[in-house]
Design a protein around this ligand. Structure first.
Ligand code: NAP
Ligand code: MG
Length: 497
């Protein structure tokens, strides 16, 4: 039985898309015989059918990962650098193809997919170098003891990723887990399994031993849940909605008090002060909310503009937004492609209707484009009140609200008046104001005169209901290691004589 299907890409390329579960470095069938369709959100057509993992498949993959952990977890960490580096090299060699697969399956513009691939490769290379630099402490307890700590891998970890950055999440989740000596079961989102499966072929090519990384597409409720409930999985790393994340934390606590890291939603404020550079800020506001079709957990979805600049910047913002090219992700100059899947597309359109009903002014956009494919016009609402749903809830699409403020104190209060705390933006030419306000914002990331500006060295994660733990940068390593303290009672009788 073959688990590869030829797929034609809109660029004219053809490639072999894996469709099986990737367990023990082989593509295999799901035990239940079930499959699910992966849809192209730009055309609403089926691309391929993919094997659907459930509890029995998770069991098999956990066995493979447990066996692999016996040697992967205890080998010289320096060797792990080479494997992860080779994987990064292979991804780089295939980056154009993976970017195209991503745009086909997720609908994001090719420009976005290509930028994801660049960051993914950088994340893998950067984290690879940490493998042999994870060390403990020696602790001075006086003459009677010798005490030291060592950091050990956890074992088999489960990773559940979303559909908005399918490949980038693949790389930034897998990298730190295997670099620290763990082995992995990764569940891609059902809406976007294709890049994850294609990249699985590179795992084998990189010579990474069988069972170290297993990719198991399936639904959240069955496959995702089976990961959380399996007794031999020691940790769950999840990126997705706050609602599902909270459920996962509760369920993981009931199943062996598993360690959990959560990278969840946001409703991030993007603040413009009177002294901001108008043209730069307009581009940052656009990148903040319309990059990746607004399907970004850190999206700057609440814009606050100080009253002295409000009337100057708003028309320019509208004019620039209306110039953005939206449509076929493979089209020349296209900035925004399709929303990733039908359900999310509908959610976005529903929020637009809610905004209109709540009494906000629809300043730009506000409707779908065409009648095939999940395309939504970049949408700006003004005249909003803080208690409107469109101001409080994460929309996760190309929809932004704009509010006016007068004082620093007022905007800090507004910025923090949310259960989320993932990111924020500050736009000003006054460095004192920028740094002062950045201290007051309760969010994991503050971007100053930039936005959605990720870097492989810089930790990412949320305050409040935006999550637990940090991704990328050296901070992530703590999520994948346990600290063991070793205390040796010394017998000094020979020396004291
Ligand atoms: P979601 O349900 O949280 O999905 C994210 C991942 O979790 C997917 O792989 C999903 O699997 C899986 N999942 C769902 N229910 C699960 C469960 N009970 N146990 C284990 N895994 C489970 O997010 P969504 O419904 O796709 O999107 C809803 C909202 O989430 C969006 O509107 C947005 O606000 C937010 N979101 C945030 C991020 C982020 O980066 N922080 C990313 C995506 C979405 P399947 O989809 O395969 O069933
Ligand atoms: Mg799809």
């Amino acid at each position: 039985m073959s688990f590869f299907k030829e797929v034609s890409l809109p660029t004219g390329k053809k490639y072999q898309q894996p469709t099986g579960l990737f367990i023990n470095n082989e593509f295999v069938a799901a035990k239940s015989g079930k499959k699910f369709e992966s849809i192209n959100p730009s055309t609403e057509e089926v691309i391929v059918e993919v094997e659907q993992a459930e509890t029995e498949d998770v069991k098999v993959a956990v066995e493979a990962a447990s066996k692999a952990f016996e040697s992967w977890g205890s080998r010289d960490p320096f060797e792990r650098i080479k494997y992860v580096y080779t994987l990064a090299d292979l991804i780089e060699e295939n980056k154009d193809l993976i970017a195209e697969i991503e745009s086909l399956d997720n609908g994001k513009s090719l420009v976005c997919s290509k930028s994801d691939l660049e960051i993914a490769v950088r994340c893998l290379r950067s984290i690879a170098g940490w493998a042999d630099k994870i060390d403990g402490r020696t602790i001075d307890n006086g003459p009677t003891h010798f005490t030291y700590t060592r950091r050990e891998p956890l074992g088999v970890v489960g990773q559940i990723i979303p559909w908005n950055f399918p490949f980038l999440m693949w790389a930034w989740k897998i990298g730190p887990a295997i670099v620290t000596g763990n082995t992995v079961l990764l569940k891609p989102a059902s809406a976007t399994p294709l890049s994850a499966l294609f990249a699985a072929t590179l795992i084998k090519k990189a010579g990474i031993p069988a069972g170290v990384i297993n990719i198991i597409p399936g639904s959240g409720s069955k496959c995702g849940n089976a990961l959380i409930e399996h007794p031999d999985i020691k940790k769950i790393a999840f990126t997705g909605s706050t609602e599902v994340g909270i459920g996962i934390a509760i369920n993981a606590a009931k199943h062996g008090l598993k360690k959990v890291t959560l990278e969840l939603g946001g409703k991030s404020p993007n603040i413009v002060f009177d002294d901001a550079d108008i043209n730069l800020t307009v581009q940052n506001l656009i990148k903040g909310i319309f990059f990746n079709g607004g399907e970004v957990c850190s999206a700057g979805s609440r814009i606050y503009i100080q009253s002295g600049i409000y009337d100057k910047i708003l028309p320019i913002f509208k004019q620039e937004v209306e110039k953005l090219k939206v449509g076929d992700p493979f089209g020349e100059g296209v900035f925004q492609g399709a929303q990733a899947y039908g359900g999310q597309f509908q959610t976005v359109l529903d929020y637009i209707e809610t905004g209109k009903k709540e009494g906000a002014t629809l300043f730009s956009g506000g409707e779908r484009i065409g009648n095939k494919g999940y395309f939504v016009k970049p949408t700006i609402f003004t005249d909003v009140k803080e208690d409107y749903k469109i101001v409080k809830e994460e929309i996760f699409g190309p929809v932004v609200t704009v509010s006016k403020f007068d004082t620093v104190q007022e905007v800090v209060k507004l910025a923090n008046s949310t259960n989320y705390g993932l990111a924020s933006g500050i736009h000003t030419t006054d460095v004192n104001k920028a740094l002062g306000v950045s201290k007051l914002i309760k969010a994991g990331t503050v971007w100053i005169n930039t936005y959605n500006d990720f870097h492989q060295t810089t930790p990412f994660g949320g305050y409040k209901e935006s999550g637990v733990g940090r991704e990328i940068g050296p901070e992530v390593l703590g999520n994948y290691t346990e600290t063991k303290a070793v205390r040796v009672k010394l017998d000094l009788s020979q020396i004291e004589k």
